[in-house]
Structures are given as structure tokens and as C-alpha cells.
Design a protein around this ligand. Structure first.
Ligand code: SF4
Ligand code: SF4
Length: 134
């Protein structure tokens, strides 16, 4: 019997993890890497991960043993400000290529803070509002 494998096209976007109805996929972060994990005991074999994967990276070919099997490990990028894990380097490359802009690794909190600063700098009304104090 053959089952779950992830090929080299995986960029660690985590769409499969977010869309697995059985919590059979997970990701573990270390300082520099993100590892995708698959749990054969939980897997409902529904194929949802395969359907949502934007990279065609999931292949059902090999039987895996044990509870959690590491199926791929990728370089992890962290927030430039607070060092929180953000996304993988291959995911950043994929998106940056699509939008033709090099993405800066920022966590949602610091991306929002930076957007606020940019708005204040470029929209005179917003800047003034912050300057006026009661
Ligand atoms: S590229 Fe596919 S296999 Fe890799 S994390 Fe994204 S959805 Fe999962
Ligand atoms: S086949 Fe279904 S249950 Fe198994 S890992 Fe993929 S989405 Fe989860």
C-alpha cells in the first residue's frame, strides 16, 4: 500500500495544513527551518490537501510509518522586527515572483504597524490627526 509524499515543488505555504479536515497535517518550526508533518493514523485519505496544494507538490505514493512523519523541511524566514516565524524562503520566492516585488518578512503585527506608519507619512490628514493631542 502506498500513501503520502511531498515533492521538491513544496514551498511550505501551509494551504494543505489549513485545509486538512482531520488535523493530519502539521508544521514544526525550528530557528531556521519549517518541517511539514503528516500523521498517517489521523489521515482520512480525503485528498483535500492534494486538491488545494497550489504547487502540485503532494503525491500519494509511499507508505509512512509512525504517528507523525516529517515529509519535508524548508528554510524558515522570521520577522525582521520580532523574530517570530513568518513563512518559508521558497514560499517567499514563489509569491515575490508572482507579484514582481521582493517580500519583506514581517509578522502580521509588525506588517500592520509598518502600514500604519506608511499611511501616516503619505496621507497628510492621518499624520495631523496623530499630532493633535488634547
Ligand atoms: S506547497 Fe503544497 S504541500 Fe507544500 S505546504 Fe503548500 S499546500 Fe502543503
Ligand atoms: S488526505 Fe485528507 S485527511 Fe489526509 S492529510 Fe490530506 S487533507 Fe488531511
Amino acid at each position: 500500500m502506498a500513501y503520502f509524499r511531498v515533492n521538491q515543488r513544496c514551498n511550505g505555504c501551509l494551504a494543505c495544513v489549513e485545509n486538512c479536515p482531520a488535523d493530519a497535517l502539521s508544521a514544526r518550526d525550528t530557528q531556521d527551518h519549517r518541517t511539514l508533518l503528516h500523521n498517517m493514523a489521523r489521515c482520512a485519505r480525503c485528498g483535500n490537501c492534494w486538491r488545494v496544494c497550489p504547487q502540485d507538490a503532494i503525491e500519494f505514493q509511499h507508505l509512512l510509518h509512525g504517528d507523525w512523519d516529517a515529509v519535508t523541511t524548508l528554510d524558515l524566514l522570521r520577522c525582521d522586527v520580532c523574530n517570530a516565524p513568518v513563512y518559508t524562503a521558497p514560499f517567499s520566492e514563489t509569491v515575490s515572483k508572482k507579484i514582481q516585488w521582493q517580500m519583506k518578512p514581517l509578522c502580521p503585527r509588525h506588517r500592520e504597524a509598518l502600514d500604519g506608519l506608511a499611511r501616516a507619512a503619505y496621507i497628510p490628514g492621518e499624520h495631523k490627526k496623530e499630532e493633535v493631542s488634547p
